[in-house]
Design a protein around this ligand. Sequence first.
Ligand SMILES: *Cc1c(COP(=O)(O)O)cnc(C)c1O
Length: 428
Amino acid sequence: MDLGPFPDTAGHDRATTLDAADPLAGERDAFVVTDPELVYLDGNSLGRLPTDAPGLVDDVVQRQWGERLIRSWNEGWWELPARLGDLLAPVVGARSGEVLLSESTSTNLFKLAGAALLARPGRSRVLTDDLNFPTDVHVLDGLCRLLGGDRRVEVVASPDGVRGPVEELEAALAEGDVALLSLSHVVYRSGYAYDVARLTEAAHAAGALVLWDCSHSVGSVPVGLAEAGVDLAVGCSYKHLNGGPGAPAWLYVREELQDELSNPITGWFGHAEPFGFDLGFEPARGIRRFAVGTTPVLSMAAAEAGIAQVARVGIDAVRAKSVALSSYLVELADEVLVPLGFELASPREPARRGGQVALRHDDAWPITRALVQDAKVLPDFRAPDVLRLGLAALTTSFLDVHTAVHRIAAVVRDGRHEAYRGTTATVT
Ligand SMILES: *Cc1c(COP(=O)(O)O)cnc(C)c1O
């Protein structure tokens, strides 16, 4: 299809004016962009490649591994998970020594939720909601089965599939016997953003621990972990942190709880003296007890560039741009896409919305395929009917948003999606 400028000149000028006034516009130059015509709206699933990442990886491969060999463990590798954790800490409002990079989000969730359940042995209820990412519910369910007793996960339903069931969760907490409340801060599908402080307080009032999955908020929305008194948190590094495919995830444990909680995966990297080679397990003090095994040094190196950039720019500046982008998209969608059968499936008020906008349409799947195949727009699709537009603030321009809305409209108006009905793909 024709990807040239759209006849909407006034709208196009407004987008370029917004870009000219954007203090973060230059941050885009810190990323590899191989196709300037492509509008990438999936930075919330896999962030773009920072230009600094290949050099960092190359140094690890050629010099640290190739030349320095095993000496590199004493020349920086050992400290990597905690050093990158400290670099990330201000981005999520944590204090130094409270964040560690390790494993995947799913594994970190297992470790921290497991630690929480072991710390509340007399309580049987684990609360979450039906907007949570499936892996989170699978891990919580699996832990309840493993630990046995009366432990069970209760999945509280959202009133509309968009908003978190805040009052219902508060009521469920007040009924008592809750060991752990575990939610996604920003919900992957609708982009709804929970009030972390409010639910953390409600959990604590009920004597429960709280674990926030910040996979969709880290690097996009401030979390304020320490200020809200959050106990535990986990999150991805390959979404808004641009850490690369399979980047090591992170975990946070409030300092006051670290020596009180036990990591249920007792591996040698969490031992007080890993090189004492003692067969008895003695947990390390501090955040390092939540480590398990050998650090994936190559992928940590790749992740450093993206984390350093968000830390340098500052999460408040990132959030301001993100709110401006998503508000602009909602406005254009109301004007151009709603008349074509789309419906907003994200919160309208910016305070309750993360860095993505979901649009419902009966033909969301074939429209997504047509956008990817014919229109150089990469969004993603969430079954059964959501077109999800991720607006990674460091890599998305206002002109990208304008262009995407008009390409989506052109696809639907010209019926280009009809050819993609009934097609399938493994990763959506
Ligand atoms: C992306 C995401 C994950 C991914 O978990 P992995 O173990 O890295 O595959 C988990 N939880 C949430 C809420 C996510 O958004």
